[in-house]
Design a protein around this ligand. Structure first.
Ligand code: TXA
Ligand code: MG
Length: 338
């Protein structure tokens, strides 16, 4: 995996230069970030922005995050930036944090879904940073996650290729994403700091920097497609179970009906009581929120591709460290709740 301070190989550098040219021509380019892969377009080109919505199949009133390269330009892209936002930017950029702020006149409303606020982020993946640098000073990329609307976000270039084969010409490959879950979205509008989407920066880290508790929005009135119940969904029905006893009884029902089932658990004990078969597959996940988050989307995709009929996944611990994982799992399972 490319690290921020590692040199980018020559071949990738050439690909970045030609990707920047494509962006200037108004094309959409997929690029790696440390969270998930993004579908980028130059914010100053309305047709390019429209292409993102078309390719993704996303309603055009849903706002996009604007990615830029230089934190000193925060006051160029946003206005009325409160001290707390500057502080968060200083600590976490480049990195997996998106700040929602009142937009400046340099941000077109085509990018914000008509809203007067904008989501801003400086990613830390070296390929993303280099691409932004090549684009030039005070240029920016609108970039949603590079998946079809409502589907699981991509954490490798292959995930993007599989979803957009034939419709997307340029896909920069920066290896598997370091974090694997989307950025934490923090609203800094109307004098209140609020987490709109838990993600790559833990809530505790934000509270430590701000030296205050922040609120966490569960049902946001602000339009965030990420808060739609069906977001991040697998094709395979996914159920969350809370303990070994309940999963074992659910499992006997599924096995009796001959339903091909995958169990995703942090509990090695289950492997000793279950015997794998054609109808039953067991995946042991790390018992650590960061390591779990990094593997989550790739694991869900693998199970989708392997045509299981049911996924049973163990509920994460009920604490703030696991909030981003719990959030994605709840959304992925929601569609299939009776
Ligand atoms: O990690 C990430 O944030 C990735 C990478 C590519 O940077 N991007 C990403 O974009 O997850 P997307 O479009 O899949 O999700 C962005 C979320 C959406 O839920 C959107 O509604 C919210 O950010 N958002 C963007 N602008 C907003 C605004 N002005 N107010 C409230 N929410 C906003
Ligand atoms: Mg997304």
């Amino acid at each position: 995996m490319l690290q921020i301070d590692h040199p980018i190989p020559d071949l990738v550098n050439q690909q970045i230069t030609s990707a920047a040219m494509s962006l200037r021509k108004g094309d959409v380019v997929a690029f790696p970030t440390e969270t998930v892969y993004g579908l980028g377009a130059d914010i100053s080109q309305p047709l390019a922005i429209q292409k993102i919505f078309d390719i993704k199949g996303r309603p055009s009133n849903h706002p996009l995050i604007v990615h830029f390269g230089n934190s000193a330009d925060l006051g160029y892209w946003a206005k009325d930036v409160p001290a707390a936002a500057w502080l968060l930017a200083r600590y976490f950029w480049p990195g997996p944090l998106t700040l929602i702020l009142p937009k400046s006149s340099h941000i077109p409303t085509s990018v914000t879904g008509g809203q007067e606020t904008v989501g801003l982020r400086i990613p830390r993946h070296p390929v993303a940073l280099k691409l932004l640098k090549e684009l030039g000073d005070r240029q920016a990329l609108a970039a949603p996650s590079a998946n079809k609307f409502g589907c699981v976000s991509p954490t490798t270039a292959d995930h993007v290729k599989n979803a957009f084969h034939g419709t997307l010409e340029v896909i920069l490959d920066g290896g598997p994403c370091e974090i694997g879950l989307e950025s934490t979205i923090v609203s800094c509008v109307s004098n209140e700091i609020m987490i709109l989407r838990p993600g790559g920066v833990p809530v505790s880290a934000i509270e430590n920097v701000l030296k205050q508790k922040v609120s966490i929005k569960s049902q946001s009135k602000i339009r965030t497609p990420g808060s739609l119940a069906s977001h991040y969904a697998t094709r395979t029905p996914l159920e969350i179970y809370s303990d070994s006893k309940s999963v074992l009884s659910r499992l006997s029902e599924l096995m009796y009906k001959g339903i091909r089932t995958a169990i995703v658990s942090r509990e090695p004990y289950l492997t000793s009581v279950l015997s794998p078969s054609d109808n039953l597959h067991f995946i042991l996940m790390p018992n650590d929120p960061v390591a779990f988050g990094k593997r989550l989307y790739a694991t869900l995709r693998k199970l989708d591709d392997a045509n299981f009929e049911q996924i049973l996944i163990e509920a994460p611990p009920d604490n703030l460290e696991w909030l981003a994982v719990a959030d994605r799992l709840t959304r992925a399972s929601h569609l299939f709740h009776k």
